[in-house]
Write a protein that binds this ligand. Structure first.
Ligand code: PRP
Length: 188
């Protein structure tokens, strides 16, 4: 097993736990969507969700398409204003299809609520959410996520796609970052 990164205080979800839970989520989706007439399209919002998406789709044993959106975020400003600034929209025509949004984390819920609204306006057959992580924070927009991997506390987590200052996305586990690290990076 790989040694823990020195900037990580503790591992919250191991690589094995992650694999097992993502497989369960894929099985649930496979079961729920089996026999559907309309096509399935899994959409992820770059960049954090790319790793979860890649693992999740390989656990869904049904024909599906994959698509990506990119949303710009100016620090926390865009999120608090609740405006969705779409840098890259889905490439496919999603009208009449079953959309599953693969998201890495629901924090305030603003990104997802706006993304759902945006995709619904394109006339899909349905829109559901598969979120790997759901953070227990007080100021959440209520998101009805059908598939949730893990409920986590309000801690600074990185790895498995999640970054701090664009680092740590490639760690295969989810870890809590050492507080000293934010001080270092912020101080640059
Ligand atoms: C993260 C994450 C979610 C969003 C969740 O993205 O990937 O999309 O924040 O936060 P919310 O529920 O408070 O809206 P981020 O903007 O950090 O971009 P990234 O995916 O490129 O890391």
């Amino acid at each position: 097993m790989q040694a823990m990164h020195p900037d990580i205080e503790r591992v919250l979800i191991t690589e094995d736990e992650m694999r097992e839970r993502v497989a369960q989520m894929g099985q649930a989706i496979t079961r729920d969507y089996a026999g559907q007439e309309a096509g399935i399209i899994v959409v992820s919002v770059l960049r954090g969700a790319a790793i979860f998406m890649a693992d999740l789709v390989r656990e869904i044993h049904l024909p599906l398409e994959m698509d990506y959106m990119a949303i710009s975020s100016y620090g926390s400003g865009v999120k608090s204003s609740g405006v969705l600034n779409v840098q890259k929209d889905v490439s496919s025509d999603i009208a009449g299809k079953h959309v599953i949004i693969a998201e890495d984390i629901i924090d305030s819920g603003l990104t997802l609520s706006k993304t759902i609204e945006h995709l619904r306006a394109m006339g899909p057959a349905s829109v559901q959410v598969a979120a790997l992580l759901h953070k227990n924070t007080s100021n959440q927009v209520e998101i009805d996520a059908r598939y949730v991997g893990f409920e986590i506390e309000d801690e600074f987590v990185v790895g498995y796609g999640l970054d701090y200052a664009e680092r740590y996305r490639n760690l295969p586990y989810l870890g809590v970052l050492k507080p000293a690290v934010y001080a270092t990076v912020d101080g640059q």
